[in-house]
Ligand binder design. Structure first.
Ligand code: FAD
Length: 375
């Protein structure tokens, strides 16, 4: 038997993490008259680059924006014109080029999405510079840094501090080292020309270069390589120019037009790609739950992570506001896990296709299958 959920304006809800899932949840709870507190480790909204452009899908990310009454803000900031896809082989041959017209997955910069969500919140909802190190559960809630809350929601991403209260699962290295680069399109017309109006993948044996148009004339690039974890960890510790040298060596022999991506980009850094085990679940525990990457971290090769994060927030807000028992949250957790399995399997398959010993062929087959055409 689960306890009743009694939600009043006095209910103390701590959301750990001010990423897409945490901010969306805060917004939706405030629309229902509740006053959650968001603990965010960043010192302020602009402390670190927020990462690349995201496409929001109709039934998940866009649905959440509608429920949050932020559709107009989303439409004003979104870039439906940037949904194109290109695919090259390592020799620089363009194998696939589609402008994405008619697709309903408008792109939005991650920082623009965060700004929209932040602007929608009551003042002082987010406690910046608040890295949560420990959560101490008690009989009817939990203590965070000596403060009592009735409920805690882990929206704190890959290395969640809340997750250990519910599960022993740890993110697992997915076998790919992933470096990130940045460009100004105006200063890098050659990279802009290769990228086109959206995303481009250049795929070779066990490695890939990716570039993606962002707003305000920015382009974001990624260079990924299948590598042992020790190599991925080593890349993560390299300085920018050392990393560039390592990347140029890893992509030796690729077409000069593609190598320009590595030669000319500003190196942002490198990280090993991790994912939680597919199907990650936990036994529901009243007063504590997880959403977004904290619940179901997956690699970015299905473009679902942020969409699930926003949809999780919308569904948890509904469950909490349903006025029933914690059973509604437990049911939401089960539905969230089932939805995430589908996306996680797609992400894992996407990663296997992009970083394959067979080179570009599996990705080309994927595009053909998706479009049902013989491109
Ligand atoms: C390279 C890359 C590209 C991606 N591309 C896409 C894409 O195209 N489409 C897509 O849908 N998804 C993409 N994703 C996935 C997407 O970024 C995530 O799924 C999404 O950001 C998850 O949102 P979240 O709110 O759950 O977690 P996060 O965005 O990770 O936010 C967690 C927040 O919690 C804060 N935090 C962490 N620990 C603590 C703590 N102890 N105390 C306080 N605060 C804390 C962090 O600072 C952060 O602000 C990509 C991911 C990567 C790595």
């Amino acid at each position: 038997m689960y306890p009743e959920i009694i939600m009043t304006a006095m209910t103390r809800i701590a959301i750990i993490g001010g990423g897409p899932s945490g901010l969306m949840l805060a917004r939706l709870l405030q629309l229902r008259g509740l006053s959650p507190v968001v603990f965010e480790r960043d010192g302020h909204a602009g402390e670190r680059p927020q990462g690349g452009s995201l496409d929001l899908h109709g039934d998940t990310g866009q649905r959440a924006m509608r429920l949050a009454a932020l559709e107009a803000e989303f439409v004003a900031a979104a870039r439906p014109e940037d949904q194109g896809d290109r695919l090259y082989d390592a020799g620089g041959t363009l194998l696939f080029d589609r402008d994405g017209e008619g697709d309903d997955r408008p792109e939005i910069d991650r920082s623009a999405l965060r700004d929209i969500l932040l602007a929608s919140l009551a003042p002082d909802t987010v406690r910046w510079g608040s890295r949560v190190a420990a959560i101490e559960p008690d009989s009817s809630g939990c203590q965070i840094a000596g403060e009592r809350f009735d409920m805690v929601v882990g929206a704190d991403g890959a290395w969640s501090r809340v997750r250990p209260l519910l599960s022993d699962a740890q993110p697992i290295y997915e076998g790919v080292a992933f470096a990130e680069l940045g460009f100004e399109a105006a200063l890098h017309p050659d990279v802009a020309a290769v990228t086109g109006q959206g995303k481009m993948f250049a795929v070779g044996e066990n490695r890939a270069l990716i570039t993606q148009l962002n707003g305000h004339g920015h382009i974001r690039g990624y260079a990924g390589l299948r590598a042992p974890e020790a190599v991925a960890q080593h890349w993560a510790r390299l300085g920018p120019e050392q990393l560039r040298v390592a990347l140029l060596k890893a992509f030796e022999g690729w077409a000069p037009a593609l190598l320009r991506v590595i030669e000319t980009g500003t190196i942002v850094g490198s990280r090993p790609l991790h994912a939680l085990p597919i199907g990650h679940r936990w036994t529901s525990r009243p007063g504590v739950t997880l959403i977004g990457d904290a619940a179901h971290l997956m690699s970015p090769f299905a473009g679902e992570g942020v969409n699930l994060a926003l949809a999780d927030a919308a569904d948890l807000a509904d469950a909490l506001a349903s006025g029933g028992s914690w059973a509604a949250v437990a049911a939401h957790e089960a539905a969230m896990a089932a939805r995430a399995v589908v996306a996680a399997e797609k992400s894992a398959a996407g990663l296997r296709a992009v970083f394959s010993a067979a080179g570009v062929r599996p990705v080309l087959d994927h595009y053909r299958e998706r479009l049902g055409t013989d491109v």
